[in-house]
Structures are given as structure tokens and as C-alpha cells.
Design a protein around this ligand. Structure first.
Ligand code: SF4
Length: 246
């Protein structure tokens, strides 16, 4: 699973000017989860993260490389929840090290989709998440009561890690929060878009798309992301590996 490695490196490059707070994941340190989405009304809100007019980005990247994702940890670039007093830029980026995904490509794709979308919802108390997948944004409204009770990113990150690790294919999870204003949220959004394009290209490949790169609508992403073409020409190689044009 090397398809997203360049995007992980680009993400690390975007953040390299920062000095994050880092917390290793400790099971049991999660913030209370209420099991379903909660409405935090404006009047009960302390502030919003990544609201309209502010930078916001949200994406998940996969790798099988233990060099790129070494451990279960939470990283925070910027202020923690208890230190924020008004609307701020916000990114949540998740890096997952996955195992046993180098076999059947279709199975790999299904596993990635399962991990990314389907099952693992996190509903921290007093932390209302609104996602806009089409804009690669995530907005969070944090309640005054949660702030009074000491909610922080270490615990919210632990809640996400716990949820991702319910899937046995997830070996390590790093959850990165960014609230500092001096990062390029536009560039993060572009990486989110590319990650989505990689996952979508996988779908098309698995749907048996023609292997003529010269007329393929996905050529741009395949040119850019290492391993896409190899993947396509490796899938169901009867015919796919023969006679393809670059
Ligand atoms: S490898 Fe070529 S044919 Fe296959 S999806 Fe990429 S650009 Fe299209």
C-alpha cells in the first residue's frame, strides 16, 4: 500500500515548520462518547473550529510503511481546546498504517473504504462534528460545558484512534490536529482532494476501466501518484497487462 505515501510526505512537509505537542495513545484516555450525534446549539457553544471563512481540511491517508507511521499518537499544531477563545482554522489529518493489504486489489479497496467511511463514527460529548466531504472540510462546534469539563485534543484524538483500531487491518493510527493559523490550509485541502482522487481511481480500475492511458480521464492522477499504473496493469492481468498504451 504505497499509493498514498507521496501524500503523507507532502503532508509532513507542510507541517515541518511547526513544533507539535505529541501524546502517545493510551487506551482509556478517550473523551466520553455518547454513541450518536449531538446537537450543540449556538448559544451553548464556546467556539467553532474550521467554520466558514476559516481554513479547514480533513483527510485520511493509508500506508503500509512503518517508517511513515510509526506509532499510535496524537499530534497538535497550535492551541489546545482549553486555550481557544474564538473561531480558528482547523485541520484533522489521519495517517493509518495498514497491514496485509498487498494482496487482492479489490479486497484492499473494500477494506480502505470500510476504514475510511463506513463504520467508525466518533461522537465525543460536547464536540459536534459537521463534515463536508465534497469540500474536504470539517467543522466542529465545541460546547461551553465540555470546555468546563476539560475536553482536550489528546482525548479527542484518542477517541479517533480507538475507533480506527477496531479494524484489525489498522496497525497504527496517528491523528493530527492543526489549529495554528500559520499553515497552508489550501495546500492541505489539495492533498485531501488528491487522496480522494486516488481512492476513486482505485474504484474505476476495479470496475474494469480500459487500459489505454492516452484517452483515460484519470491520466493526471495516475501520472502523479506512484504505483497507480502498476496497480491498473496488474489488476486481472488477462489483457490488462497486454497492449496498454501510455
Ligand atoms: S493506468 Fe492508465 S488507463 Fe489505468 S487508470 Fe491510470 S491513466 Fe487510466
Amino acid at each position: 500500500m504505497e499509493l498514498y505515501n507521496s501524500l503523507i510526505r507532502d503532508t509532513q512537509a507542510l507541517l515541518e515548520s511547526g513544533a507539535p505537542k505529541a501524546w502517545p495513545y493510551r487506551p482509556g484516555s478517550e473523551w466520553k462518547d455518547i454513541g450518536s450525534s449531538e446537537l450543540v446549539l449556538q448559544k451553548d457553544a464556546a467556539f467553532e473550529l474550521g467554520c466558514s471563512g476559516r481554513g479547514s481540511a480533513n483527510y485520511v491517508l493509508f500506508t503500509s510503511s512503518p517508517e511513515l507511521v510509526k506509532e499510535d499518537q496524537v499530534l497538535l499544531y497550535g492551541k489546545d481546546l482549553g486555550e481557544i477563545s474564538g473561531p480558528v482554522d482547523f485541520a484533522r489529518i489521519v495517517l493509518l498504517r495498514v497491514g496485509v493489504l498487498d494482496g487482492d486489489d479489490e479486497a484492499v479497496y473494500r477494506i480502505l473504504k470500510d476504514i475510511e467511511f463506513a463504520k467508525y463514527h466518533v461522537y465525543p460529548e460536547g464536540y459536534m462534528v459537521r463534515m463536508s466531504p465534497e469540500n474536504y472540510r470539517e467543522q466542529v462546534r465545541v460546547s461551553k460545558q465540555a470546555i468546563r469539563r476539560g475536553i482536550n485534543f489528546r482525548q479527542i484524538g484518542a477517541s479517533y484512534i480507538q475507533a480506527y483500531k477496531k479494524d484489525p487491518n489498522v496497525l497504527n493510527a496517528t491523528v493530527i490536529f492543526v489549529t495554528a493559523p500559520n499553515f497552508d490550509f489550501g495546500a492541505m485541502k489539495e492533498l485531501a482532494k488528491k487522496a480522494n482522487a486516488v481512492t476513486n481511481t482505485l474504484t474505476h480500475i476495479l470496475e474494469g476501466l480500459s487500459t489505454d492511458c492516452t484517452v483515460c480521464a484519470l491520466k493526471d492522477i495516475c501520472d502523479e501518484v506512484e504505483g497507480m499504473k502498476e496497480l491498473h496493469f496488474g489488476v486481472g492481468d488477462k489483457g490488462a497487462d497486454k497492449g496498454h498504451k501510455h
